[in-house]
Design a protein around this ligand. Sequence first.
Ligand code: AVJ
Ligand code: FE
Length: 440
Amino acid sequence: TENLTAEQVRERVAEQLRRSRARSTALTDAVDEDDLVRQHSRLMSPLVWDLAHIGNQEELWLVRDVGGRDPVRSDIDELYDAFQHARADRPALPLLKPREARTYVREVREKVFDVLERTPLEGRRLVQDGFAFGMIVQHEQQHDETMLATHQLRTGTPVLHAEDPPRAAEPLPAREVLVPGGEFTMGTSTEPWALDNERPAHAAHVDAFFIDTVPVSNGEYLAFIDAGGYDDPRWWSEVGWAHRQGANLVAPRFWERGPAGWHRTRFGVVEQVPLDEPVVHVCFHEAQAYANWAGKRLPTEVEWEKAARFDPATGRSRRWPWGDEDPGPEHANLGQRHLRPAPVGSYPAGASALGVRQLMGDVWEWCDSDLRPYPGFAAFPYREYSEVFFGGDYKMLRGGSFGTDASAVRGTFRNWDHPIRRQIFAGFRLARDARPDEVR
Ligand code: AVJ
Ligand code: FE
């Protein structure tokens, strides 16, 4: 896309490394030592585990592999290997204490800046265009979003604060738009920091369909609750209904019905549910039940990406919905600048060529697709990033949330989670088949 000199790549890497570390530091300095080592939910690691795991992955890839240096600490790899210990078991491990973890990540980072200075960013595919550094930046930012979800699960006095997003939701030209049928280019072979599962670029076909221009709002979701949607198995898949019964789902996670309507807890603050914001903290099964009740369906992952990237004027796929330029604050609610999604209809400057808004940022969007490799997939640089999850019990999520950093998401970025998960910042938008008479 653009040709940067090695020095410009190094500058960019250094800046992104500093940004991700500032965020990890803020998320872990916000709470006291007790809070750092505590298990806030069995779904999550203690925050101090995420911090040292960030440092350990950075040491493994950048200090030892790219740099060829001696280990900073060779005795802790096993503790911070996510495949060795389930999240629920991590508090009982002999983890680094908060002070030791902070010292560890600092020592690793000092070595990494030295490696960055001395490594030619070419020759080896692992370092081409700064890939390994970009992978580690994204890894830290992904764990920062995970730590943000841990903060949301934490009880006690609020410690995170941020301005609300601008309330200037602009009127929508249309509630839904037609996405033309036919092939488009899905995935990428050119984004330098794209991860293995986004590759390679390939032709994908969709039949013509309609997609909503905005995600489903809290107000719309309330109508489903009020209509008894949670008590009517007609709207739920068989596994979805079994889960709804077993887990006794009655509303999105963090919602509570009070005498004066629905409230929610958001980073420790109890507030009225804002009707015009995208619904968040619903699982795939709830999203699917809502869609069935509304007489629509969830988009597939291919449909989501075509709605986001396809430009009918040129026939090509854009890097982002709004074009090829990197996200700015006018395009999307990304990067934890705000601690909530923006009202539906926000960010008109971030609309796709077809007029679909808020595809990036605000809430991750559940898609009705399983995690599968693209044709031509090759695991790189390690099987454990994507390949070991293929075929598992996962549904796809696209577009990032208010808690996703711009460096850790793309128009092609693919995320996944178990269909029952609700602690992530996930909502959804609706799609439907186009009738023959609706296709020009
Ligand atoms: C691909 C976002 C689901 O956050 O669990 C982090 C990314 N892989 N550490 C996650 C990841 C290893 C992963 N997701
Ligand atoms: Fe990780």
